[in-house]
Design a protein around this ligand. Structure first.
Ligand code: C2E
Ligand code: MG
Ligand code: MG
Ligand code: MG
Length: 286
């Protein structure tokens, strides 16, 4: 009988588990209200080229919680995914980014900047996703050429045909695509070529120890070579030191993102452009 009651009973009375479930439920209710109360804020982190010129930024959402303080997306994006709140949340981030692009377009000093927006699996799988992005571009007047969408390997693998259709539709109007956290998922090299991607982002977990771990160094080099031969731009994420930048640069990396160049910050703390661009304008896609 004890055995029959088994797992459920155990789980029900496990105080640690119960605390976790309660915490999650509270966070979910909080997030719903937080969205309505405008507690979410979009931070931006610069992406720079080999000359350290800013070519664009990545939009990274934060939650200014009245009690918890600044909450990391790692703590609430998964909950937003599970509950479906990611749909309004993701739409909101996209709209903020598009409005920012439209504003930057008004000044020659910032008109070249791109914004990359992270798109979650559930958001991308929504049947209306491609139409919604186009509607936002029209509504805000943002230049689609300046909008980049960051997708992950698992998202692309779960329904590759559907992904290709949506990406192609958006690419036709000028929107670009990056493969985020590259190397952490299960990409097959053959399907990489099928996808209308412009860019790979080397995950920061490979950049962190690139100078000390020969495996990470080999992976970083391989991704850079792969990007080059398939015609993708490659962004190295999580670059924190001059040594890491130097290694990546020596191995053909042309775009960099990380604390070395700037932490994610509110838009008014970004100074754009950080250096006057002379000669050829910096470009996101190489
Ligand atoms: P991500 O898209 O891979 O973003 C890069 C993460 O690396 C960001 O974490 C950024 O703050 C962090 N980072 C940048 N440079 C460095 C560095 O030099 N060192 C280290 N240690 N970290 C660095 P963040 O902002 O906490 O975001 C975490 C993840 O949350 C993102 O990873 C992305 O997957 C997700 N996320 C953020 N904003 C959104 C959003 O608006 N929508 C969706 N769906 N996901 C988002
Ligand atoms: Mg990203
Ligand atoms: Mg990433
Ligand atoms: Mg990541």
């Amino acid at each position: 009988e004890a055995k029959a009651a088994g797992r459920n009973t155990l789980r029900f009375f496990d105080p640690a588990m119960q605390a976790l479930v309660a915490e999650r439920t509270a966070l979910e209710a909080d997030l719903r209200h937080g969205l309505q109360r405008h507690e979410l804020v979009v931070y931006y982190q610069r992406v720079v080229d080999a000359q350290r010129r800013t070519v664009g930024v990545e939009a990274l959402v934060r939650w200014r919680h009245p009690q918890r303080g600044l909450v990391s997306p790692m703590d609430f994006i998964p909950i937003a995914e599970q509950t479906g709140l990611i749909i309004p949340l993701g739409q909101w981030v996209l709209e903020v980014a598009c409005r920012q692009l439209a504003q930057w377009a008004e000044s020659p000093a910032t008109a070249m900047q791109s914004i990359a927006v992270n798109v979650s699996a559930r958001q991308f799988r929504h049947p209306e996703f491609a139409q919604q992005v186009q509607a936002l571009l029209r509504k805000t007047g943002a230049n689609p050429q300046r909008l980049k969408l960051e997708l992950t390997e698992s998202l692309l693998l779960s329904d590759t045909q559907d992904a290709i259709l949506k990406m192609t539709e958006l690419q036709k109007v000028g929107v670009g695509f990056s493969l985020d956290d590259f190397g952490t998922g299960y990409s097959s090299l053959s399907y990489l070529k099928l996808l209308p991607l412009q860019q790979l982002k080397i995950d920061q977990s490979f950049v962190r120890d690139v100078l000390t771990d020969p495996n990470d160094a080999a992976i970083a080099r391989t991704v850079l070579a792969l990007g080059k031969s398939l015609g993708f731009g490659v962004v190295a994420e999580g670059v924190e030191t001059e040594g890491q930048r130097e290694f990546l640069l020596q191995n053909g990396c042309t775009l960099f993102q990380g604390y070395l160049f700037g932490r994610p910050c509110p838009v008014d703390e970004l100074s754009l452009p950080d250096q006057p661009s002379k000669g050829e304008a910096p470009t996101w896609v190489i």
